[in-house]
Design a protein around this ligand. Sequence first.
Ligand code: ZN
Ligand code: ZN
Length: 331
Amino acid sequence: MVIEDVSVPGPARAGNVIVRPEAVGICGSDFHLFSGDVGALSGPRDFYPRIQGHEVSAIVEDPGDAGVNEGERVAIWPLLPCGSCYPCRAGRPNVCPRFRLVGVHLDGGLQQRLKVPASTVFGVGDLDPDSTAFVEPASIAVHALARGGLEPGEQAVVFGAGPIGLATTLAAAAAGARVTTIDPVPARRDLAKQLGAERVTWGSPADTQAEISHWTNGDGPPLVVETSGETAVLPQAIDLTSAAGRVVVVGMSSGTAPVRPGVFPEKEIDVIGSSCATAGDFQAAINLVQANRASLAALFSHHFPLARTAEAFEFAMNRSPDAIKIVVTVN
Ligand SMILES: [Zn+2]
Ligand SMILES: [Zn+2]
C-alpha cells in the first residue's frame, strides 16, 4: 500500500457527484481485497491497483444533478448493479453477479476527492463523520434482519460481536427483538450489552446450547444470525435454532463445515444468505445510526490520518482485541 498523487476528478457531469471523503471505516472485507483474497467476489475482474474504502463519509463538493447540496454530508451506498440480470430484475441488485462496488471494483474513499454516481450518495443531515462512515456496515445488518424476517418481541441470537454483529445486535434490539450476542472477547460482549443485547455469552457449543435452550424455554430461538465468519458456527447455528426457525448467514468465509442434510426436513428451518444491502436498507441504516449515534460512538476505537493508512490496515489485520472499528480520517 502506497500513498501517491492521483489526478483530481473533473467536474461532475450528468449522473455524477464529486465529494471530499472525510472518514473511511476499515472493514474485514478490505483485508481480503488487500491480501488478494477475492474469491467471494465472483467473475474475472480487474481489482488492482485500487484505491480502497467503501465505508465512506464525505462532503459534497460538486453536486452535479444529483439532488444533493454543495457542502452537504453524505454516506456512500457503494453498490452499482448491472440492472438487467435476474437478481436485478427481481429487485435484489445486492447480489447482482456483475455488480461493482465503490472501493472494491472502482476506486473508493481513501483519497481526497472521489467521483461517484449520483445513485450512491445519501444525505445524512447533521450526523457526524464517524457515524456516517458506519452507515454502510449498519446497512449490512439491516439487510440481514430483513432477510431473516425479524419480528418485534422475537428472541434472536447473534453470533459475533465485531462491527457487523454489533450493528445486528443494535438493529434487532431497536426493532424490539430480545437479543443474545455470542462472542469470545469480553470487551465486545460489553459493547453488545450497551447496544441493547438482553444477554451476552461465550462458551463451548454444548454449554451455549444449554444456556440458549433455557433462555427460550426449550424451543431454541426462532432467528439466529451468523456474522462471525467462523465456519464451525453454521452447524452450531442450525442445531441451536428452533424448529420452524431461520438462520441468516452474513459472515464470509472460504472454509467448509459439515452439515447433516436430514436436519432440514426434521426441523423445517430456513437457512438464508445475506449480502450487502439495497438502497432501501441503506436509508433504513441512516435512520438507525441517526437514532443511536450516542451509543455507537463507543465503536470507533482508533483513528488514523490518510497518510498512515497502511499502518491502520496493519493494526486492524493484527486483530487487536480492543480494536473495534478503525477509521481513517481524510482531508
Ligand atoms: Zn465493509
Ligand atoms: Zn445485475
